[in-house]
Design a protein around this ligand. Structure first.
Ligand code: ZN
Length: 317
């Protein structure tokens, strides 16, 4: 992946809350709900990594249990909690993104926002608004969905429209615990998947989730759709212009695509179950198998439309 060195980066939707051991009280009405015993569906990247995320769907988005309405606010950084460090202060250009992984994260967020701000109104009746905030942290973070730690893995929280990410996840969990791939395009795939959940949130798709576990469950359909949306962006990343009309991402290689596919497979439910418990139980799936995740990423990549990503109507996943 190579960024346009002259492109300007926009850090206005990206923040970092620094290192925290957690335990602080959530301000602003964050929900505190006990951690469930089993893995449930959520806006996260992988099934057994989920601890609090079931809250997102069952409590916040109206999974049939008196969901709390989503806020109808425009972009407001203050709703993503925690102080902001200066982690992204020096990310100004695509050249910075080529030389620094933190700035590359900003650039990927910018590209996702540019892509979906065009694509969503083009292909649906949904306006692209408000925009997601991407928040990195180390250790623990308070969110509109409760407190999260690194072990949760990257996730999207609908009430505050935040994508939360402890960047140690990639090495400590994805590579070491799940035998997942390393490489420059692993994180962009994950961010694109989480951004897919933001698109689902805007489109109201999360409210369709009724069944939370199992290979044909709505939860799995939601997750596979997010993979499909990640494929859509990946296919169009180099053709997406920034605010000045220039592409921000100049080059994606086949190696980049292969890394995205390998990452999608490594967070398949069967892979995670096999790596963590040594057995595979489809009844407990929340995100889909490795093969399904690869397949739906590729459908988005090759077809490139919201319609092709309609996992809820698909007879076979
Ligand atoms: Zn997800």
């Amino acid at each position: 992946m190579r960024f346009n060195p002259k492109a300007r980066l926009d850090t206005s939707r990206v923040r970092d809350s620094g290192r925290s051991r957690g335990g602080g009280g959530a301000s602003g009405g964050g929900m505190r709900i006990p951690v469930p015993g089993g893995a449930k569906a959520g806006g996260s990247i992988g099934g057994l990594l989920v601890l609090i995320l079931f809250v997102v769907l069952t409590q916040c988005v109206g999974g049939g249990q008196g969901g709390i309405p989503l806020p109808d606010n425009s972009l407001d950084m203050s709703r993503v909690q925690g102080a902001d460090s200066d982690r992204y202060a020096n990310c100004e250009t695509g050249e910075d993104a080529n030389n620094d992984v933190d700035c590359a994260r900003v650039a990927v967020e910018n590209s996702l926002a540019d892509y979906w701000s065009e694509t969503l109104p083009d292909q649906s009746d949904t306006d692209f608004r408000p925009e997601a905030v991407m928040a990195t942290f180390t250790g623990a973070v308070d969110t509109g969905c409760g407190q999260a730690t690194s072990q949760v893995g990257p996730f999207y929280c609908p009430p505050d429209e935040g994508i939360y990410l402890d960047t140690t996840f990639f090495e400590d969990v994805l590579q070491e615990q799940l035998n997942g791939p390393a490489g420059d395009f692993v994180e962009p795939y994950v961010l694109a998947h989480e951004y897919g959940h933001h698109i689902q949130n805007l489109m109201g798709t999360m409210g369709q989730v009724r069944t939370q576990q199992g290979p044909e469950s709505d939860a799995v359909r939601l997750e596979l759709q997010a993979d499909c949306y990640a494929g859509m962006w990946t296919a169009n990343a180099t053709g997406t212009d920034d605010a000045s009309g220039e592409p921000l991402i100049l080059e994606l290689s086949q190696e980049d695509i292969n890394q995205a596919i390998a990452a999608a497979k490594s967070v398949g439910d069967d892979r995670i179950q096999d790596q963590t418990t040594g057995r595979v139980n489809p009844k407990e799936w929340t995100h889909g198998s490795a093969e399904q995740r690869q397949a739906w990423f590729m459908i988005g990549y090759t077809e490139g439309s919201l319609e092709s990503c309609d996992t809820f109507s698909a007879s076979t996943l």
